[in-house]
Ligand binder design. Structure first.
Ligand code: HEM
Length: 516
């Protein structure tokens, strides 16, 4: 039975058609799988289409986690967690937390357009134009300002047909599932050729670190610049929206609920209930030293404006928050000029800060989700920018530290789920983050994720001179008189480098089964 993709706040238990649709949709799309350890297997098929199709069917039957299974496991965990929350004795409570059900192994399987073609299934693949071209196409490289494929890590340079994401809270169980999947790929077709090979592999880690970078099991997940990540996500399930109401400061100021159509499309190759989602994958190396250098330069300029000779730790904190839009602990800088909110707040907009004197217009989270700024500044209603949102499902790679050695490769295995690569991921990356005149002329690039056009130097960004102040002061700049509330001539970024990328589609389990 078809489901209405414009609905949000879904309660699958209450609807037979929703239950059927979620049973024929993969997990990690409507909700993050939430496991701390993950392996990303990039598969190249080598066997004949019949044997490879049989492997896809086996994966659906044996390994792939459906959205329904993931949802039911999360409900069971939430019920157990609610019981634990009610335990008054702190020692008993701490013990009970360690035995909460962890959901076990999680597996996702997504195919690239090259993968569909290699399997002889091109007539059943979805038709997003950028998905069909793939990340290595010259037009996509130019659009995203990505480095030439020859500069990518060797493992990404050849054709990649599938991404198998295996995740588990238990590292040993994870290794066992990965070994079983690798062994199944070594099976042969009728000519004796293996079904496929793991052409490249990445290990993901959810870095649970305290503010000082020390491991702490109960800490929220951070990325390598030191900021808590994964706070703001589009929400689809009634239970997640209720949780956000309770824990993330409410949703009356900024509504994070989203229609299923933000991330799901009907799978053209699947059965009547089958749905899928496009995945944009990018391995992004983070330059932590460049981040710290940029933060220091902004902090020194803030200090100078305030008449201090040297930047204080508070200046550094504020400078970092100007780059990201949140302090390291997640406190939004548009709300206050110091960290310290105790919950992970997401109930805010930029309505009272049209000039970006509290949260710069170029700050990462303001560029990638303007939260209605387009209405305030350009007259475009909130619905328009809300439809660009992506569901972030990425995880860090490299040593778990906020102070990596210069030779350490650290960063993010960025993965976003969306219903359109062109209108969501690419639009966000190119027309918002990478467009120096969004939302206003002269704002500059998102310092975290954007590259200037080839052969050009990044232009200075509009950093607030004095938090919250519209006072304009007069500068002398190369003989010109400038009147502005922003610091002058400070440019930060680029801070990440693309090491490899591909677009995938996570098809419905019914499609995977029918390939066999
Ligand atoms: C939010 C870091 C790449 C889109 C965030 C947050 C951090 C962060 C710290 C704030 C936490 C939160 O609100 O959940 C990074 C780093 C990146 C990276 C270090 C690269 C290594 C990207 C890319 C995109 C993106 C490539 C998309 C093109 C978003 C979105 C949000 C976000 C949509 C939520 C914004 C909101 O709703 O307020 N990121 N990010 N990020 N990021 Fe990134």
């Amino acid at each position: 039975m078809p489901i209405n993709l414009m609905q949000t706040s879904i309660a699958p238990q209450a609807s037979a058609s929703l239950t059927a649709a979620l049973a024929d949709t993969q997990g990690n799309i409507l909700k993050s799988h939430g496991r701390d350890h993950s392996e990303h297997l990039f598969v190249r098929f080598t066997g004949d289409p019949a044997a490879c199709g049989g492997w896809l069917a086996m994966m659906a039957d044996t390994h792939v986690t459906t959205a329904l299974e993931q949802f039911e496991a999360s409900l069971a965990r939430a019920e157990a967690a609610a019981v634990v929350e009610g335990i008054l004795d702190p020692r008993a409570k701490a013990r009970a937390i360690t035995i909460l059900p962890d959901g076990g192994a999680f597996v996702n399987l997504a195919l690239s357009a090259a993968g569909y073609r290699a399997l002889g299934l091109a007539d059943r693949m979805p038709d997003d134009p950028s998905f069909l071209l793939g990340s290595k196409d010259a037009s996509i490289l130019a659009k995203l300002r990505d480095p030439a494929v020859e500069e990518w890590e060797a493992g990404y340079q050849g054709e990649l047909h599938a991404l198998v994401l295996v995740a588990d809270d238990d590292a040993e169980n994870l290794a066992a599932t990965v070994a079983a999947i690798e062994a199944s790929l070594a099976g042969t077709d009728s000519a004796g050729t293996p079904i496929g090979e793991v052409a490249h592999r990445e290990t993901g880690v959810a870095m649970r670190l305290d503010d000082d970078g020390r491991p702490l099991a109960s800490a929220p997940v951070r990325e390598h610049f030191g900021f808590v990540d994964g706070i703001s996500q589009p929400l689809f399930f009634a239970s997640d929206i209720a949780e956000a109401r309770r824990r993330n400061g409410g949703i009356d100021g900024y509504d994070s609920s989203a229609p299923l159509a933000l991330v799901l499309i009907k799978d053209p190759g699947g059965g009547p209930d089958g749905h899928g989602s496009y995945f944009a994958y990018r391995k992004l190396r983070q330059d932590v030293a460049a981040f710290k250098d940029g933060r220091r330069r902004v902090a020194e300029a803030i200090a100078l404006e305030a008449g201090r000779e040297e930047a204080t730790p508070a200046d550094e904190e504020l400078a970092g928050a100007y780059m990201v839009g949140r302090f390291r602990d997640g406190t939004p800088v548009v709300v206050q000029d110091v960290p310290g909110w105790t919950t992970l707040p997401n109930n805010f907009t930029y309505d009272g800060d049209a000039d970006g004197v509290r949260c710069p217009l170029h700050a990462h989270i303001r560029k990638v989700n303007p939260r209605g700024d387009t209405r305030a500044q350009l007259g475009i209603p909130l619905g328009g920018s809300q439809a660009r949102r992506i569901a972030r499902r990425g995880v860090s790679f490299g040593p778990q530290t906020l102070d990596p050695a210069p030779e350490d490769e650290v960063g993010l295995l960025f993965l976003s789920a969306q219903a359109s690569i062109v209108d969501q991921f690419e639009f966000t990356q190119v027309s918002w983050s990478g467009f120096p005149d969004f939302l206003r002329p002269g704002v500059g690039l998102d310092p975290l994720i954007s590259q200037p056009p080839p052969g050009t130097e990044p232009a200075p960004q509009a950093w607030p001179r004095d938090y919250g102040s519209h006072d304009q002061i007069v500068f002398e700049d190369e003989g010109n008189v400038v009147i502005s509330p922003y610091l002058q001539d400070i440019s930060v970024g680029p801070l990440v480098t693309v090491r490899g990328a591909e677009y995938f589609f996570a098809p419905s389990p019914s499609f995977l089964r029918s390939a066999g």
